[in-house]
Design a protein around this ligand. Structure first.
Ligand SMILES: CC(C)(COP(=O)(O)OP(=O)(O)OC[C@H]1O[C@@H](n2cnc3c(N)ncnc32)[C@H](O)[C@@H]1OP(=O)(O)O)[C@@H](O)C(=O)NCCC(=O)NCCS
Length: 333
């Protein structure tokens, strides 16, 4: 049997744009109010990109923090993977821009688009490169610039999303029981229309009509996504826990994708997790799509909520439809 290595989490980083947009700011822009947004979603504010800011720059800031914590030089990185649906350009990848801006000389780089499940898909993919022995140090990034993709006149979507980037460094460890453990991915492209951007791809290029009808912007059927989301989180957690032979009580912290505090609490209730086990920071950032789980990992770590030896369960869902999860055997204090 070939040797399996551990994909140890050794560094975390985050970066947010300079402009903070509160619910009160949104009240001045569209027909909404703080009470509606907070009671339906748990969101109080989000950060959005200002003029001259690039998503790749946020990624580089987050990556530098993660590398510093990992005590690794940029040239130690042999793979960069970015989870994103809103890279600086349609071509080339965000990961290629990050490689260049970091000055990383010894690395491959590519993007993964799994929307809001992007951080989990990207982390698990990076871990596979390490567990198989292909890579030694992988830089995993989740980043999105939602403010450039949403319709700012559609109150049912624009209040939900924010921009940001998170980074995580995985390092090869001789012990396969350290770091990212077994995982689960789900996909149902049949549900694509419940959360999508119809135009701008190869099937419907941008035209004058497309722009008029705003088909190049995010469109969502909120109620359908809500129902799907609770099931997706619950299924992902149950499958990963079963694979690992764990109960909810074995998990120190459940770090879910941050789309809506009602969705998170609904799933946690079905899974018998208690309040202290669940991490929620959506109030600060809104739904940052592929960045969200990485931002939540960084913040919960900074708040002292995990220590070496803890088991961390991460689960997510998003457009695709997509969903999934994994367990991390935490090893940094
Ligand atoms: C979007 C969401 C918060 C809406 O909550 P909801 O309780 O389903 O609300 P409804 O859609 O029933 O809308 C209720 C009313 O609020 C109104 N409304 C919608 N957005 C509003 C806003 N920002 N401010 C004020 N009112 C709003 C609707 O127009 C509707 O009014 P009506 O009853 O007069 O037609 C909820 O469906 C949701 O979170 N879905 C999942 C979305 C998600 O997580 N997407 C990302 C996945 S990764």
């Amino acid at each position: 049997m070939p040797k399996i290595y551990g994909a140890e989490v050794v560094g975390l980083g985050k970066s947010l744009p300079s402009k903070c947009l509160t619910n009160q700011d949104l009240e001045k822009m569209i027909d909404t109010n703080d009470e509606w947004i907070q009671s339906r979603t748990g969101i109080k504010q989000r950060y959005i990109m200002g003029e001259g800011e690039a998503l790749s720059d946020l990624c580089v800031n987050a990556a530098k923090q993660a590398l510093e914590q990992a005590k690794l030089d940029v040239d130690d990185i042999d793979l960069i993977i970015c989870g994103t649906f809103s890279a600086d350009y349609r071509l080339p990848s965000l990961a290629a821009l990050v490689q260049d801006k970091l000055g990383a000389k010894n690395t491959g780089a590519f993007d993964i688009n799994a929307a809001c499940t992007g951080f989990i898909y990207t982390l698990v993919t990076g871990a596979q490169f390490i567990r198989s022995g292909t890579s030694k140090n992988v830089l995993v990034i989740g980043a999105d610039c939602c403010s450039s993709q949403i319709d700012w006149e559609d109150r049912s979507t624009c209040v939900l999303f924010g921009d940001g980037a998170s980074a995580l460094v995985l390092r090869r460890n001789e012990d396969p029981n350290v770091g990212v453990q077994s995982s689960y991915f789900g996909s149902d492209g049949g549900g694509k229309e419940s959360l999508w951007i119809e135009a701008g791809g190869s099937l419907m290029p941008i035209t004058k009509e497309v722009l008029q009808e705003k088909k190049h912007r995010v469109s969502m059927t909120g109620k359908d996504v809500f129902k799907f989301a609770i099931n997706a989180l619950t299924t992902s957690a149950k499958i990963v826990l079963k694979q690992e032979g764990l109960e909810a009580s074995d998990i120190k912290l459940l770090v879910p994708h941050q789309a809506n505090s009602r969705i998170i609490n609904g799933a946690a209730k079905r899974l018998d997790f208690n309040k202290e086990q669940i991490y929620i920071n959506i109030d600060r950032y809104g739904n940052t799509v592929a960045a969200s789980v990485g931002l939540a990992l960084r913040d919960s770590y900074d708040e002292g909520l995990m220590k070496s030896g803890d088991k961390i369960l991460i689960i997510g869902f998003g457009a695709g439809l997509s969903w999934g999860g994994t367990v991390i055997n935490w090893s940094i204090d």
